[in-house]
Design a protein around this ligand. Structure first.
Ligand code: FES
Ligand code: FES
Length: 176
């Protein structure tokens, strides 16, 4: 392969190596070499958001990043996030609220939503719309997506509050 380079990076928690062409983008590498077809490619110009993955903890367009730039990075795709269970509640909310139809936008949408909720635990509906505005969905009209993300935020906040109450009751009980 012309202008081929060797790279090594962490992919969904495992160390991997690859030989990549200098001009290959990360989305193609993940799909073609590693079979991670949850990395959807739409526009390949950074516009539609279908290819959104996580690199070093941040949501990134896989089509805008060269594969060689992943050298040494921690890359997570929807496959890894699904396997770890990290976004299981978000995925469940998308399912229950019909926030997907064809599903083409969904992996990228989930990565974007996960980042939003990590940074803003209770985003307004406007903030959710703003955050997912860079992820194109041709099917749902976005309403159900906003519902699913807002519902996940509320569920997480309620669970955190319950855990706090339980933690404050336990020491009191232990003192009896
Ligand atoms: S395929 Fe990457 S943003 Fe559209
Ligand atoms: S569910 Fe079809 S593009 Fe969003």
């Amino acid at each position: 392969m012309e202008n081929e380079q060797r790279i090594g990076f962490t992919l969904n928690g495992e160390r991997v190596r690859a030989r990549v062409a200098a001009r290959q983008h990360l989305g193609d590498l993940l799909r073609l070499e590693f079979g991670l077809t949850g990395v959807h490619l739409g526009c390949e110009h950074g516009v539609c958001g279908a290819c959104t993955i996580r690199v070093d903890g941040r949501a990134v367009r896989a089509c805008l990043m060269l594969a060689v730039q992943a050298d040494g990075a921690a890359v997570e795709t929807i496959e890894g996030l699904t396997e770890s269970g990290e976004i299981a509640d978000l995925q469940d909310a998308f399912h229950r609220r019909n926030a997907l139809q064809c599903g083409y936008c969904t992996p990228g949408m989930l990565v974007t939503a996960a980042e939003l909720l990590a940074e803003t635990p209770r985003p307004s509906r406007e903030a959710i719309r703003e955050a997912v505005g860079g992820n194109y969905c041709r099917c749902t009209g976005y309403h159900a997506i906003v519902d699913a993300i807002a519902a996940t935020a509320e569920t997480r906040i309620a669970a955190t509050a319950e855990a706090r109450v339980a933690a404050s009751v336990e020491p009191a009980e232990a003192g009896r």
